[in-house]
Structures are given as C-alpha cells and as structure tokens.
Design a protein around this ligand. Structure first.
Ligand SMILES: Cc1cc2nc3c(=O)[nH]c(=O)nc-3n(C[C@H](O)[C@H](O)[C@H](O)COP(=O)(O)O)c2cc1C
Length: 405
C-alpha cells in the first residue's frame, strides 16, 4: 500500500471546506499513514481540534507557544517529520501569506521550513477564487514548485455555483497515493537524459557557454526514476545535486564530451531525452595559454559542433524513442516542426524564451510537445517537475501509438 508508514502533515485553515478533513484523516489512517495536523486559529472555528486529534491519534498543533508552561512547538521538526505536507483547505488569506512568506503562525512557519513536497488545495467562494490577487498568489506559489490541487466547479457553501469547491477527500487520497507511489510505467526501461549547458574552451580561463541551469533535464531524470526507469544523466557544468533514485550521473564539460558520452551510452537506452543546451559552435582551437589583452580586436574561429541528436537518430535501434528540445525565439512552432523532421526525432519539446517564467534558469516552464505522428499539445506554465511528468506521459502515449501501428 502506497501510504503505509508514510508521514502526512495536514495544515488546515479557516474555510468551510475544513469539514472534509476529518474524513480525509480517516482514509489516510485506514491506509496505514501517520498523520499530524496543524490548524490556524481561524480553522478551529470550523472543525474542532478534538475531532481531528482523535482521528489522527495525535495532538493537534495550533499555537507556536504554550504561555503557561513556556513550551513551544517546533515548526522545523514538523517540517522535517513529514513525507508530504498537504495544506487543505487553503483560505485566500493563507494563500496570500504563502505567496509572500508571511510567517505569523505555526502553519506558515512550518510551510516555510518544510523540506518535503507541499500540496495545497484552495477552497473559497467563486468571486474570491477568481479575484486577480488570489489567481496571482496561486501562480506565485506554483513557481516555488508546490503542487496545486485545483478546486472543482460546483455548488458552494454560499449557495453560489462555480469554481472554488475543494476536491473531495477520496480524490485527494488518490492524488497523494499516486505521488508517493507513482505508477512504475517505466519499470525495466533504460533512459538516457542530457541536461545543462556545455562550455567550449577559448583558453584555460575562458569559455563559450549558455544560461542553461540543467533544472529541466534533472527534473526529467528524477521523474523517470520515480516511475521505475534506470536513468543515466549526462550533465553539463551545473550546480545541482543528483536527484534521488536509480540515477547514474556522468559529468561532462564540452559539446565534444557530451557527444562522446551520448554515443557511448545510447545503444542500451530505450528512451533518450536530450534536454541539454549543447553549443552549436566551438573554437577551432583552444589556446593553451591565457590570451593576453591587447588594444587590437580579436577574432575567434568557430566550427560547428557534432549534431548529437541527428547522430543518435541515425543509429536508432528499433523501438527506441528519441526526444529533443527546441528553444526558439521566433517562428517557434514552424522551427520546432523543421527540427522534428531534420533531426529525425520522435518528439520535440518546444520551450519559448518569449514566455515569462519559462526557459533557462527558471523553476517553471511552458512547453508545447510535438511528435512525428502529428500530435501537438500545448501546456500552461508549470513547475519543471510537472512538465517532466507531462513529457513522460507523452512518451508513453507515443510509444503506445507506435506499437499499434
Ligand atoms: C462562515 C465562514 C466561511 C468562510 N469560508 C472561507 C473559505 O471557504 N475560504 C476562504 O478563503 N475564506 C473563508 N472565510 C474567511 C476566512 O476564515 C478568513 O479570511 C480567515 O482570516 C482565514 O484565516 P486563516 O487563513 O489564518 O485560516 C470564511 C469565513 C466565514 C465566517
């Protein structure tokens, strides 16, 4: 069972939807999870700490301090204890605090200190939900990598009808279980992922590089490993820790090294995802000594680097799926289609530099996925881990379609 022994921290705020949480706690306990609950002061008006502590079999945390005894509840410990922190329901007020880091209660200090994945499920009346500040706050919180459980349309406590109704406890259980024990869709598959920039040496102290952070490729490696794959992650020079799971990391520096690592490891891969931003050009020769400054202009002769994806496509083995990335600044879709054809890739993930919050360095991305079967799918701005899941899902669908042919 996915939830047996897993530690779920639930944060409850002042919304009428708090009445659903006792049922959620019952479901979690039944499936073997350990549950702790933090409430805001306001939440105690909607559901009693006694009900929650009885169902959770653990005292409920509300105040940071006990004035009588001088004891205090450690937000750090609570944040470190949890495998998953679910804040549900989240009021508009707490959403605003989460977006701006206001730490004026135990729930908020724990939120800021939590190292585990955070899910948040807003619940409010439809006008509060669609207010620009609420929408902006949700967008900001998602850019931190926290996962939104979107409210549903339906009858609201106010008697109005619309979006704002918190997801039902049974559905929230499914979301939590799927996250903590994802489907092992890639079990037995070898996946090769490239990530980050390349540095092309000009001399011993200078290079030609680019702004890629490696976050997208690392997120893909992480998600693939979570879904059961054995992953080789070929990483250019980045400052990122290797994600948890069955991931072997191979560090490279230049396009030449990236090419060598890819061609050596491609044959055993069932799926290849080329998320690295590999240099298109490299200096013909790198000076062995530091080039001295003079008053004259300086030209550096550049030559094209190997086209890794075309080479891998040329040697593609039956059933292998090759995914390329395209970062375009103009005629995006047309250029991505050309890349799909010219490079003989199966799938191209197009990200645009024109989208705020997407592309290099950012924790979020907005992509369009195209494949050679003619499927084109647009996605909204999302954390890179969610984009990685969308790419994984598309690979599965694409492979399924390929098998039927
Ligand atoms: C009966 C009642 C129902 C409420 N329901 C909601 C709600 O569903 N969503 C919401 O954002 N605020 C709701 N509020 C307002 C919040 O309780 C209020 O903004 C409070 O300050 C939230 O505090 P907290 O975020 O610290 O829990 C409701 C208030 C009342 C009196």
């Amino acid at each position: 069972m996915a939830l047996k022994g897993r530690r779920i921290l639930i944060g409850i705020t002042g919304s009428i939807a708090a009445y659903k949480i006792p049922l959620l706690i019952r479901l979690l306990k039944k499936s073997g999870a350990e549950v702790k609950v933090i409430m805001t002061e306001s939440a105690t008006n909607f559901v009693t700490p006694l009900t929650l502590s009885t169902l959770a079999e653990s005292p409920v945390f509300i105040d940071p301090f006990d004035k009588r005894t001088g004891s205090w509840n450690s937000h750090i410990e609570l944040g470190n204890w949890a495998d998953l922190f679910l804040i549900a329901p989240v009021s508009a007020n707490t959403l605003a605090k989460m977006a701006s880091g206001i730490a004026d209660n135990l729930l908020m200090t724990t939120f800021l200190a939590a190292r585990c994945p955070v899910f948040f499920a807003p619940a409010m009346d439809l006008d509060m939900y669609r207010h620009p500040t609420t929408q902006r706050n949700i967008k900001i919180i998602r850019t931190f990598g926290h996962r939104l459980i979107e409210p549903k349309e339906g009858e609201l406590a106010s008697g109005l009808c619309g979006a704002g109704r918190m997801e039902e406890p049974e559905e929230m259980m499914k979301i939590i279980s799927a996250f903590l024990e994802p489907h092992q869709d890639f079990s037995g598959k070898n996946v090769l992922v490239t990530a980050g920039p390349t540095y092309e040496n000009i001399d011993p102290v200078r290079f030609i590089g680019n702004y890629s952070s490696g976050k997208m490729g690392f997120a893909i490696a992480e998600v693939m490993a979570q879904k059961g794959a054995t992953v080789k992650l070929i990483a250019g020079p980045v400052h990122l820790p290797t994600p948890q799971g069955a991931i072997q990391r191979i560090d490279v520096q230049s396009a030449r090294e990236m090419y060598a690592a890819c061609t050596t490891n491609a044959a055993e891969a069932d799926i290849i995802v080329m998320a690295a931003a590999v240099a298109d050009y490299q200096p013909k020769t790198a000076s062995e000594k530091k080039i001295k400054k003079t008053s004259h202009s300086l030209s550096i002769d550049l030559e094209p680097t190997h086209d890794i994806i075309s080479k891998l496509s040329e040697n593609k083995k039956p059933g292998q799926v090759i995914v390329g990335f395209a970062l375009e600044t103009d005629n995006e879709l047309a250029n991505a289609r050309i890349k799909l054809q010219n490079k003989k890739a199966d799938i191209i993930v197009l990200n645009s530099l024109n989208e705020p919050g997407a592309g290099f360095q950012s924790d979020t991305n907005k992509v369009t996925i195209l494949d050679r079967k003619g499927n084109v799918k647009d996605f909204g701005l999302k954390p890179k881990t969610e984009v990685a899941s969308d790419i994984a899902d598309h690979i599965l669908t694409f492979s399924g379609q390929a098998e039927q042919k």
